[in-house]
Design a protein around this ligand. Structure first.
Ligand code: GLY
Length: 587
């Protein structure tokens, strides 16, 4: 493993030459059998000849495919898919939130890899003591104080303008159609509406601010799976964005409505905050694993650093394990120990590197990862103080990942969030979308874990214009200058561990995306000191062996909801996690 390299530098060239040698003859470690028919492998995975989109809702995957069929590229498809997710999966992401996007364009020799940071930012009024003064843990989770200035519209339109080929009207059309003509409520939406109902019952402010969702998406509390729900207000919002671009959202009538709801309920976001929002183009983090280039997000994502650490530790110790398999206790123990180191460092060091010093280079350096690797005992887990320098976790219904590859080999890995289910539960009146509750990803009350049980340091205290630390980990794996895997997940801190495991299932265990994404997963985030096995993990002897290594183990429903695409010798294989409601599309 490796330190950081920047896009298109000599390190990449050396790597490509090495990879060309290593890989000649055996093009892909995860190649699947030749000659499969072009038909669905299952309800959630399929093989296509040329291109694919894997998103957490079938209507959104279709929106991306529509762009590819019109001649658009992977970025056009990703942007259309994301705007569509805003409508059909409003509890998980949307134009009231933010995200990260990693783009890889093999035809660009100079800078094939680029990353976009359109994470929400803290309003000018939010300083380090803002939530301490408010004195309530709920303030950063529900209601107007919970939201950061949204970045999704600015980020998606920046991506479209700089890396896409189609126009706004074309790319927004499927989302506008879904919002105006309606879409069938799936079990995920109906389930999420239940948590909105509970919160509405106990909180009059939430009752007032979420009334539109209750009327339209929840059909006045009577929605059933399969009912057609519409969002005419968001259709209007999206038409304004199609017509006037980002200015409609950040300066025009949508901005007036966002700042208006804030003012009425005493929230911090002003017109000036909205006008000042800018997405950032950043250099992706690039490391290696078993000869592959792994390209992911730098801070304020913690995902890139954490994954490069986990993969780096595994790279150095895997050869010590006999009979390597995903359920081999020694492998699961090593993976867990690597996760514990990565999450301990996450807690101590990571935050928005535009505001505080984050030692990214050191944390991902070969020397540092070697040190972590050597500190691991292969027969026993250790006291928490042995790791780097945190409560049951709620489901993360507030994030969504999408993966796209087009016929030219250009790929997009994009993870977007409004943080928790329906974000702050504040729906912008007249515009049909919920504002995020991303402020809870800051260290809002020093020493207290956030909603995901993550303890974070003072480096991640809120500050005007600062972006909260994130776990979102959109990742592209490249070999020999060509995209092999496009991956990422939803699930709070479980994003990091889920994404890492689906990559490992392909790269180490030759699984197809369908198999890799379906396989049972584990999660450890250092604190709490607990190793979670999904309920679907049925190798009970592995769990007993891990207890004998000293791990406290527990069961959990699902660890992340992932979307994975693999380029293999027989075409493009795509899979949407069966833990979510998605289905891929392609041709
Ligand atoms: N809101 C989830 C994350 O960014 O990690």
């Amino acid at each position: 493993m490796t330190g950081i390299t920047s896009k298109g530098n000599t390190m990449n060239n050396i790597l490509r030459e090495t990879l060309a040698t290593i890989l000649s003859g055996t093009l892909f470690l995860c190649a699947t059998s030749q000659g499969q028919e072009s038909k669905p492998d299952s309800s959630y995975s399929a093989r296509y000849d040329h291109a694919a989109v894997a998103a957490s809702h079938p209507v959104a995957s279709q929106a991306g495919l529509e762009m590819l069929e019109k001649g658009g590229n992977a970025v056009d498809a990703a942007v259309a898919t994301s705007f569509c997710l805003s409508v059909v999966q409003p509890m998980s992401c949307g134009i009231g939130g933010g995200g990260f996007m990693v783009i890889y364009d093999p035809s660009n020799d100079e800078t094939p890899a680029v990353a976009l940071n359109y994470r929400e930012v803290a309003s000018g009024a939010v300083d380090r003591d803002y939530y301490v003064k408010l004195g309530s843990e709920d303030a950063s989770r529900f209601g107007v104080h919970a939201s950061g200035v949204p970045g999704t519209v600015a980020g998606l339109l920046y991506a479209l303008e700089h890396y896409g080929t189609l126009d706004r009207v074309t790319v927004l059309a499927p989302a506008i159609r879904a919002a105006s003509e309606g879409f069938a409520a799936n079990p995920q939406l109906v389930g999420a509406l239940r948590s909105l109902k509970t919160r509405r019952e106990s909180n009059p402010e939430i009752r007032a601010t979420s009334e539109y969702y209750y009327q339209h998406l929840a059909l006045k509390g009577k929605v059933q799976v399969g009912d057609i729900v519409k969002n005419p207000d968001q259709a209007r919002t999206l038409r304004l964005i199609a017509q006037h671009g980002a200015d409609a959202f950040y300066r025009g009538e949508i901005a007036v409505a966002i700042s208006g709801v804030m003012e009425r309920h005493g929230g911090p976001i002003t017109m000036d905050d909205l006008k000042a929002y800018k997405p950032r183009v950043v250099e992706p983090l690039i490391g290696t694993f078993r000869g592959y280039e792994v390209i992911s997000m730098p801070p304020p994502s913690s995902g890139g650093v954490a994954m490069l650490q986990i993969l780096g530790i595994l790279d150095r110790r895997l050869d010590d394990i006999d009979d390597l398999s995903p359920t081999n206790p020694a492998y699961v123990h090593l993976l867990t120990e690597a996760m514990k180191h990565a999450f301990a460092d996450r807690a101590e060091w990571l935050a928005d590197s535009a505001f505080v010093e984050v030692p990214i280079e050191r944390l991902t350096s070969a020397a540092y990862i070697k040190g972590l690797t050597e500190s691991i005992s292969m027969i026993r887990t250790q006291d928490r103080l042995a790791y780097g320098s945190v409560t049951p976790m709620p489901d993360d219904g507030g994030t969504s990942h999408l993966s796209v590859i087009d016929a030219s080999g250009m790929a997009v890995a994009c993870t977007e969030t409004i943080n928790m289910t329906f974000g702050s539960m504040v729906v912008v009146p007249g515009f049909g979308f919920a504002l995020n509750n991303e402020m809870d990803d800051f260290t809002t009350i020093p020493g207290k874990p956030n909603a995901y049980g993550l303890l974070q340091s003072d480096k991640n205290l809120p500050q005007p214009g600062k972006r909260p630390l994130s776990s979102m980990s959109p990742t592209i794996v490249v070999a020999d200058g060509k995209v092999r895997l496009v991956a990422g997940a939803a699930g709070g801190p479980r994003i990091i561990t889920a994404t890492t495991q689906i990559l490992l299932n392909c790269l180490l265990f030759d699984m197809t995306p369908g198999e890799a994404i379906d396989a049972a997963r584990i999660h450890h985030q250092w604190m709490p000191e607990k190793l979670y096995f999904e309920n679907r993990w049925n190798q009970l002897q592995t769990i007993s062996a891990l207890r004998a290594f000293g791990h406290e183990t527990d069961r959990t429903g699902s660890i992340g909801v992932a979307q994975l695409i693999q380029v293999a010798s027989d075409g493009v294989h795509a899979a949407s996690d069966p833990r979510g409601g998605g289905r891929p599309a392609g041709y």
